[in-house]
Design a protein around this ligand. Structure first.
Ligand code: ARG
Length: 447
C-alpha cells in the first residue's frame, strides 16, 4: 500500500529532501477535525450518487467517527510518512476498513478537501475570536462604568486637547472592538462551504447531491451547510476568505496595539494615570524596582506579526495562475498564527483590564491646565455673536499672553481681558475652567 495519495505514475522514490520540503502535516494537522467532517459529507454524497452502497457508507462513517473521537481526545497521530493531514486521515481509514477506504477518494481531490477543511476551521475559529473579543468589550465596559465620573485630558497629537470622560476614552475602544466583531461575523456569513470541484474541473456527480446540511455532519448550524460550487475552478483556487480574515485580525491587532500603547503611556511615572496590577506586569533581572508592562508591549508588537501575516498571504496569492498551486499550502501557518495571537491577546488583555486601577487624583491634577478650556472660551465668544474664526484668534492671543506673562487667564484682571475682547467678562469665564462644565457642554454625543 502506498502511503501517498498518488504514486502510480512514478518510477522512482521521492527524494527525502522533497518529502521534507513539501510536507505540511506538522501544521495542517490542526485541520484534522474539519477534514474528517468534510470526509463524512463526501461519504454521504457518494452514497446519494450511487458510488457507495449503504453498508459501505456506514462502515466508512463509523471509521471516520472513530478518527473524529481520537482527534477530539488529542491522540490522533499522523504517520511519519504522511504528506499532509488529508493523507494521514486517508491512511488511517485504510488501516481501519481496508481497501474500502480507497473508494472514499472517488471524485475527490485534496485541492477541494483543503479548501473545505480550511473554511470549516475558519468558521469555528471566527466564532472563538468573537467570543474572546466580546469578553474584552465586557471588561472595558465594566471599567468604564466603575470610573464613570473620572474626567481626563483628551489628547490629539498626544498634546492636551479638551477634557473628556475616561469612560468615553475607553468607550472608543469598545466601538472599535464592536466593529471588529461585526467584521468577523460578516466574513463568516460570506464564506460558502462548497464541494464538487474535484481537482478543478468538477466531478461526474450531480450538483444536487452535493447539498449536505451542516447539522448532518457534526451538529453544525446552517452556516456550515455544504453545496456544489458555482465555479469549480474558482472554488479550489480562492483564498479570498483567508485574506479577508487576516485583514480583519490585523485590524483588531492594530486596535489592541493602540489600546496597549495608551496604557503603556498612562502607566509611566510621568503620567501615573493608571496602575497595572502586579499579576499583569513583569520584572527586570537587573533593576529590582521595575514593574514592566510587557504584556502591553507584546500586544503592541504582535500587531506587526498580524499585519505581516496578511501581507504574506497576499503576496503568495499575487500572480498565481488558476487554479490550485502548491504555494497555497503556505496560507495555513499565517492563518493559524493570526487566530492564535488575537485569541490570546484578547484573553490576557481582558484579565489586565479587569484589574486596572485608575488614579483619579493624578488624572485630575492634569485638568488644572487652562489650555484644555481654550476651545470652551471660543464657544463662549461665539455665543456672544463673534465669528468663530475671530473668536479663535482672540483666544489664541489670550493663551499666548497668559503663557508669556506666566499668569493664568482666570487670574487676569477684567481690564486685561478687555484688551482682547470687550465680550470677555471675568465673572462669566472663570466658570468655564471646570472639567465637568466643559464635558457636559458637549451636546452632540448620544449618551
Ligand atoms: N496540503 C496541500 C495544501 O495545504 C493540499 C494538497 C494538494 N496537493 C496537491 N498536490 N494537489 O494546500
Amino acid at each position: 500500500m502506498s502511503k501517498k495519495l498518488w504514486g502510480g505514475r512514478f518510477g522512482k522514490k521521492t527524494d527525502p529532501l522533497v518529502e521534507e520540503f513539501t510536507k505540511s502535516v506538522h501544521f495542517d494537522k490542526r485541520l484534522a477535525a474539519y477534514d474528517v467532517v468534510g470526509s463524512m459529507a463526501h461519504v454521504k454524497i457518494l452514497k446519494k450518487s450511487g458510488y457507495l452502497k449503504t453498508v459501505e457508507a456506514s462502515r466508512l462513517l463509523k471509521a471516520l467517527a472513530s478518527v473524529q473521537k481520537s482527534v477530539a481526545k488529542g491522540v490522533f497521530k499522523p504517520g511519519a510518512a504522511d504528506e499532509d493531514i488529508h493523507t494521514a486521515i486517508q491512511n488511517t481509514l485504510q488501516k481501519k476498513v481496508g481497501d474500502l477506504a480507497l473508494k472514499l477518494h472517488t471524485a475527490r481531490s485534496r485541492n477541494d478537501q483543503v479548501a473545505v477543511a480550511t473554511k470549516l476551521y475558519c468558521k469555528v475559529s471566527l466564532l472563538k475570536a468573537e467570543v474572546a473579543i466580546s469578553g474584552l468589550i465586557d471588561a472595558l465596559a465594566a471599567s468604564a462604568d466603575k470610573n464613570k465620573r473620572i474626567i481626563m485630558p483628551g489628547f490629539t497629537h498626544l498634546q492636551h486637547a479638551q477634557p473628556v470622560y475616561l469612560k468615553d476614552h475607553l468607550g472608543a475602544y469598545i466601538e472599535m472592538l464592536k466593529r471588529d466583531i461585526g467584521r468577523l461575523q460578516r466574513i463568516s456569513a460570506f464564506i460558502k462551504v462548497t464541494m464538487g470541484s474535484g481537482a478543478l474541473a468538477g466531478t461526474p456527480i450531480n450538483a444536487a447531491s452535493y447539498f449536505v446540511k451542516g447539522r448532518e455532519i457534526g451538529g453544525f448550524g446552517e452556516a456550515f451547510d455544504i453545496s456544489a460550487a458555482v465555479n469549480a475552478l474558482d472554488a479550489v483556487s480562492d483564498r479570498d476568505f483567508v485574506i479577508e480574515i487576516l485583514s480583519a485580525l490585523a485590524i483588531t491587532g492594530v486596535h489592541l496595539s493602540r489600546f496597549s500603547e495608551d496604557l503603556v503611556i498612562w502607566s509611566t511615572k510621568e503620567f501615573g494615570f493608571v496602575d497595572i496590577d502586579d499579576a499583569f506586569c513583569t520584572g527586570s533581572s537587573l533593576m529590582p524596582q521595575k514593574r514592566n508592562p510587557d504584556v502591553l508591549e507584546l500586544a503592541r508588537g504582535y500587531a506587526g506579526r498580524l499585519c505581516g501575516n496578511l501581507v504574506s498571504v497576499l503576496t503568495t496569492m499575487k500572480g498565481l495562475p488558476l487554479t490550485y498551486n502548491r504555494d497555497m499550502q503556505l496560507d495555513k501557518e499565517p492563518l493559524f498564527d493570526s487566530f492564535r495571537i488575537v485569541l490570546s491577546e484578547a484573553k490576557v488583555l481582558t484579565g489586565l483590564v479587569k484589574t486596572l486601577k485608575f488614579n483619579a487624583g493624578k488624572i485630575g491634577k492634569q485638568l488644572e491646565d487652562e489650555s484644555l478650556y481654550a476651545t470652551d472660551l471660543v464657544y463662549y465668544l461665539v455665543k456672544k455673536g463673534i465669528a468663530f474664526k475671530n473668536a479663535h484668534t482672540i483666544v489664541g492671543k489670550l493663551v499666548k499672553y497668559s503663557a508669556d506673562k506666566g499668569v493664568e487667564i482666570k487670574h487676569m484682571a477684567q481690564a486685561d481681558l478687555g484688551k482682547f475682547s470687550d465680550k470677555l467678562v471675568k465673572r462669566e469665564i472663570v466658570k468655564l475652567f471646570d472639567p465637568k462644565v466643559s464635558v457636559e457642554s458637549k451636546r452632540s454625543i448620544k449618551r
